[in-house]
Design a protein around this ligand. Structure first.
Ligand SMILES: Nc1ncnc2c1ncn2[C@@H]1O[C@H](COP(=O)(O)OP(=O)(O)OP(=O)(O)O)[C@@H](O)[C@H]1O
Ligand SMILES: [Mg+2]
Length: 459
């Protein structure tokens, strides 16, 4: 993805020497210039792609004095893109013309022959204003998706976690794509938040999109936005995650579940930095750092024809793998204490610690739902504990499915508990992959999700 988005200026003038002079001046300042020699050509250019500013001549040869053609063009350009700043130029100096141009929406007015310095100042000012307007619009729309409050805690001293923290510090400031892998509840979203927080994009939005939970058409419009009329329900223009995340970070969660067709579109945007809203062919430029996450094994998905290999190579410049909690048991205690602090405060209980039997039960548990399951177990225990309790006992935790050979025999359990134990085992065997577990259990993915939510294994 390009590092910086070029600033693009459209020049409409029917005199080649004027276009050449302006082009040289603007190119020198690092702008990208697109000339149009007629009003029709200017409209075509704007329909085809996004510009930061238009510089328009008010007088075309067919109609050299009234400026009517120039005014018409200006209005049509502004109808196409209401936020586009338009600077008008004219050879005749008339206050009336200037006033009329401003009344019709021009941002500034330049007389020919122009003064280079004054023209550049006008261009720079309008572009900065436009960027500020766009940024605030984007922030408004993005607000609902923004991570609220501080970056979440990332607890742990297990070797894998220490190493992960070092990797994050090292790679966060670059724009490298990051792929985070790991079972459900291992902290992938926490890592994504930290990569963003330690990057130079931290002042910009971090936008999260779940790539798997939506129907293909809806997912596409979530990702790229749509224009009014693009499909039956598209009553207004809508900005998508890519545009919301412009200059910031886009977190694509559950990337393995993204439909193939959408994978192709995503790949194209990542390769070119160009996108279009659904229902529009107008090219927009986005500057986005992509972080993605999955609990699936992408090489397996690729072999099965469900994931594009070329997309994987765009996403996995850096790979961060979070091991399951059962493989970093040394962190269970610190994590449990961390969650205890949070929930004791939230539910106003005087609990400050765990009994030895509670700690032993947590150490022995399999944690198929990983850190999230631990958080839920502690929350439940805090709620279950007697009002005056100052510590959590094993009975408050209700961790019935123990790891290894310690599990209670199925015939000692209620049907519900037996089902839970069984489902957790199947889930653990499939590395937390809900799709595979559901397949083996012969139930639908959504039914399995509901069960897991009941157990507090998933959110
Ligand atoms: N190392 C950690 N320190 C503190 N809290 C953590 C840690 N890892 C995970 N959590 C907490 O556990 C919960 C689950 O983490 P998170 O949502 O990041 O998991 P995930 O890997 O994205 O799961 P899923 O695949 O289900 O989306 C969150 O509340 C998160 O804040
Ligand atoms: Mg997640």
């Amino acid at each position: 993805m390009p590092d910086t988005t070029p600033i693009r200026i459209l020049i409409a003038d029917d005199q080649q020497d004027i276009i050449d002079a302006l082009r040289l001046l603007l190119l020198d300042e690092g702008y990208e210039v697109t000339p149009a020699r007629s009003p029709g050509e200017a409209l075509e250019r704007l329909e085809a792609s996004d510009f930061d500013l238009a510089l328009l001549d008010l007088n075309y040869t067919r109609d050299t004095t009234s400026g009517q053609e120039g005014f018409d063009l200006m209005e049509r350009l502004r109808a196409l893109d209401p936020t586009l700043p338009v600077l008008v130029m004219t050879a005749w100096s008339s206050v009336a013309g200037a006033v009329e141009a401003m009344r019709r929406g021009a941002r500034d007015y330049i007389e020919k022959p122009w003064d280079d310095e004054r023209l550049l100042v006008a261009v720079r000012t309008q572009i900065e204003l436009r960027r500020a307007v766009r940024r605030s619009q984007r922030l408004q729309e993005a607000n609902s998706r923004l991570q609220r409050g501080a970056t979440p805690a990332f607890i742990g001293t297990a070797a894998a976690i220490v190493e992960t923290r070092q990797t994050i510090e090292r790679i966060a400031p670059s724009d490298a794509s990051v792929l985070i892998t790991g079972e459900h509840g291992t902290g992938k979203e926490v890592v994504a938040a930290w990569v963003h927080a330690l990057s130079d994009r931290r002042g910009r939005p971090l936008i999260t999109m779940n790539a798997g939970g939506l129907a293909e058409g809806i997912a596409e419009s979530e990702l790229f936005g749509h224009v009014k009329g693009a499909f039956t329900d598209a009553r207004v223009d809508r900005i998508g995650c890519f545009e919301m995340a412009d200059e910031g970070t886009l977190f694509l969660d559950e990337i393995a579940n993204m439909p193939m067709r959408l994978q192709a579109k995503l790949l194209r945007v990542l390769q070119t930095g160009e996108m279009a809203r659904v229902g529009s062919s107008r090219v927009r430029y986005v500057n986005v750092r992509v972080i993605s996450a999955t609990n699936a094994d992408l090489p397996t998905e690729i072999a099965a024809g469900r994931f594009r290999e070329d997309l994987l190579y765009r996403l996995n410049t850096v790979v961060i793998h979070l091991p399951p909690l059962r493989e970093r048991r040394s962190d269970i205690e610190a994590l449990a204490r961390h969650f205890l602090g949070i929930y004791a405060a939230r539910y106003r209980k005087p609990i400050t610690t765990f009994d030895a039997d509670a700690m032993a039960a947590m150490q022995a548990h399999g944690w198929p739902g990983n850190v999230r399951e631990l958080a839920h177990a502690v929350e439940r225990a805090v709620l279950m504990a007697e009002t005056a309790a100052v510590s959590i006992a094993a009975r408050h935790l209700s961790l019935r499915a123990k790891a290894g050979g310690e599990a209670a025999a199925p015939e000692d359990l209620s049907l519900e508990d037996a089902e839970r134990v069984f489902i957790e085992k199947v889930l653990a065997r499939h590395g937390g992959d809900v799709r595979l577990a559901a397949e083996q259990l012969g139930m639908s993915r959504s039914a399995l999700y509901r069960r897991l939510q009941q157990y507090g294994v998933r959110e």
